[in-house]
Design a protein around this ligand. Structure first.
Ligand code: ADP
Ligand code: MG
Length: 230
């Protein structure tokens, strides 16, 4: 028996209402991502890349169509169930890091574990400290995020995205706010950690070199999601 894909979108439509006009963003898209696959998503600004990630994460619901992640049909679940699913099974990296400024680096890492009830034991703490070491920030555990450079903050965000051992990691322009060299290092790290654990990764990016490292490139254009033309 073949395992189900990690991510499946079937005939997904999504639009937004603006005044009395419907603005169609995704017009019947089909996307399949296998377990352990790493996929880059390219497309012009405003084409619907973040919309696509929000549908995969269950933050948004499609107007029509089915979204399955890890075999679970998110489109059949309540908002509360989708939130619980997201906390347990998904990891996120954002363009602006989104670390919590009033928590230390270590506390930021423990937060995803606390949300799923794993944070209290010493094993969660060990896992968090191990990942901080892996991203080269072991000595900064007690530091607050605003004392770190952008690249360092994004390395913390990468560790936070995988600390709870999610099935799927979603990254929305993770290098968009970093210089090229720093971005390249953050991506290498994300790529290594994801590959090590056999995680599925979907990364939205404008960076060609980042996209080139992935197994596959998808393009969002004119409401469709299509394979990148070679
Ligand atoms: P991208 O991430 O590719 O830049 P988005 O997915 O953020 O694009 O947005 C796609 C389109 O949908 C844009 O035209 C944007 O203005 C619109 N849009 C996104 N989110 C909303 C929303 N919550 N309400 C109304 N329009 C939205
Ligand atoms: Mg976007």
């Amino acid at each position: 028996m073949t395992a189900r894909p990690a991510i499946e979108l079937l005939d997904v439509h999504k639009g937004y209402r603006e005044g009395d006009e419907d603005h169609v963003v995704l017009a019947g898209v089909d996307v399949h991502v296998d377990r352990g696959e790493r996929v880059a998503v390219l497309g012009p600004s405003g084409s619907g890349k973040s919309t696509l990630l929000n549908l995969i994460s269950g933050i948004d619901r499609p107007d029509q169509g089915v979204v399955r992640v890890g075999g679970v049909e998110l489109t059949a679940r309540s908002e509360r169930d989708r939130t619980l699913f997201r906390r347990e099974h998904l990891g996120f990296v954002f363009q602006f890091f989104n670390l919590i400024p009033t928590l230390t680096v270590l506390e930021n890492l423990l937060l995803p574990l606390e949300l799923t009830g794993e944070g209290r034991g010493s094993s969660g703490r060990d896992r968090a400290l191990g990942l901080l070491d892996a991203v080269g920030l072991a000595s900064r555990a007690e530091t607050y995020p605003d004392r770190l450079s952008g690249g360092e903050q994004q390395r913390v965000a990468v560790a936070r995205a995988i600390v709870h051992r999610p099935k799927v990691v979603l990254a929305d322009e993770p290098t968009g706010n970093l210089d090229e060299e720093t971005g390249e290092r953050v991506v290498a790290l994300l790529d290594d950690l994801v590959a090590q654990d056999g995680l599925t990764l979907v990364v939205v990016t404008h960076a060609r070199d980042l996209a080139g490292r992935m197994d596959r490139i998808l393009r969002v254009r004119h409401g469709q999601v299509v394979p990148d033309a070679p």
